[in-house]
Design a protein around this ligand. Structure first.
Ligand code: HSE
Length: 421
């Protein structure tokens, strides 16, 4: 039998205790021995809880207990969770986490600490909740050069976008719905501003390219500015707007890594992921495309991934860690925003300045491959122009934006700029 401890008895932590108990037989078969939750560390009281006999407020019970071989960190954030993770690894205990913030910011250091102490640092649940993606990228796709990753990595924003698209409601109303349904936090900024997806794509990219991708280098834009008019134009173009986190290696060895609202074709595998579901499209040079789809959040789905990592750690107790190491100094060079080619849907308010706004748009973009005007959806009250640029020939985003700035000098106002896949 092997003992584990859970740090943080919130949604995921309590799910871990539940899964370990509910699926004890399967876990024993896969781990080769019984797994027991010995300690649950949390400062809060949980009167009458099923696992009340394991609860402690004293960290020493966990870190000083030689029987505890694996510590599950489900506290979240980079404060206490960071200190506790270090302490566990230094005490020779493997650490399993669902904490993407911590992996994205302190992953290299914690992996090295694990390596130095001959234990594992595992984080399958940090991306895609219950969807297997970290281990498939690490192991099953090891024979590929990964050409690109494009994913819907945040369930909250996907729920909001789905409601906006299906019901024609605005961002604010859809966010309120998401909060009422328990999907969005009271302070939803990490989700709706794209920071959560940013951490996750940084982690996936670091695994795929074997170089540390610093999340601070990933250009990140959220969904707060999106309007019903954006949704209507996307539908008119046979597309859906998704918050897509993407990374690809450029020919010069640098990387293009971004999180932004993106128009995906309706027949793209990414477009089928609605509601709180996540979808991750990985393209390998031998495999072609593979899609990973499922529940990217939630108590039991996330606990499913955490406990699978616990099993992996149990199998590796007293052996070398089972993940590659990221070196902070071997940092991937992410191309500055604007340098990479893009296709954009642009919506503008022509203002009164240009006599013939359509002609002005065509003239501005003629040297950059032209602009394709998009018909205004019949049910849209908003006036103005919409057009697609960057499809006549490959053009860096900065050049497209510079042409747009020229139009703004004529009195036009840019309403939105959306990437098209
Ligand atoms: N807030 C996250 C989401 C939870 O909505 O996807 C899982 O990381």
């Amino acid at each position: 039998m092997i003992d584990i401890a859970i740090l943080g008895y919130g949604t995921v932590g309590s799910g871990v205790a539940e899964v370990v108990s509910m699926n004890a037989g399967a876990i024993r078969r896969h781990a080769g021995q019984e797994v027991r939750v010995k300690w649950i560390l949390d400062v809060r009281e949980f009167p009458g809880d099923l696992f009340a006999d394991r609860l402690t407020k004293n960290p020493e019970d966990v870190f000083g207990d030689p029987d505890v071989k694996v510590v599950v960190e489900t506290i979240g954030g980079t404060g206490i969770a960071y200190g506790f993770s270090k302490r566990a690894l230094e005490a020779g205990k493997s650490v399993v986490t669902s904490n993407k913030e911590l992996v994205a910011s302190h992953g290299p250091e914690l992996m090295h600490l694990a390596h130095d102490h001959g234990v594992s640092y595992a984080f399958e649940a940090s991306v895609g909740g219950g969807i297997p993606i970290v281990r498939p990228l690490t192991k099953c796709l090891a024979a590929n050069e990964i050409l690109s990753i494009a994913g819907i990595l945040n369930g909250t924003t996907n729920y909001i976008l789905t409601r906006m698209q299906q019901e024609g409601i605005g961002f604010g109303e859809a966010l309120r719905e998401a909060q009422e349904a328990g999907y969005a936090e009271r302070d939803p900024s990490a989700d709706v501003e794209g920071h959560d997806a940013c951490r996750k794509i940084a982690i996936l990219s670091s695994i795929a390219y074997d170089r540390f991708v610093d999340y601070r280098d990933v250009r990140t834009e959220g969904i707060v500015e999106l309007t019903s008019a954006d949704m209507a134009y996307a539908a008119a173009l046979g597309r859906r707007i998704k918050l897509v986190a993407s990374c690809r290696r450029l020919e010069d060895g640098r990387f293009d890594a971004q999180v932004r609202p993106t128009l995906v074709p309706i027949d793209s595998p990414l477009a089928v992921a609605d509601g709180v579901f996540n979808a991750i499209l990985v393209e390998g040079n031998a495999l072609g495309q593979a899609m990973f789809y499922g529940r990217g959040a939630g108590k039991l789905p996330t606990a499913s991934a955490v406990v699978a990592d616990v099993v992996e750690c149990v199998l590796h107790v007293d052996r070398t860690p089972h993940y590659r190491l990221w070196h902070r100094e071997d940092r991937a060079v992410v191309a500055p925003f604007g340098e990479t080619p893009v296709r954009l849907l642009v919506r503008i308010d022509p203002g009164g300045a240009a006599e013939d706004p359509r002609a002005a748009v065509q003239a501005a973009f003629a040297p950059l491959g032209g602009a394709r005007l998009v018909f205004r959806p019949s049910d849209l009250a908003e006036t103005g122009l919409a057009f697609v640029v960057g499809e006549g020939r490959e053009t860096a985003e900065a050049d497209l934006r510079a042409a747009l700035a020229g139009l703004e000098k004529l009195g036009m106002r840019t309403r939105s700029l959306l990437r098209m896949l």
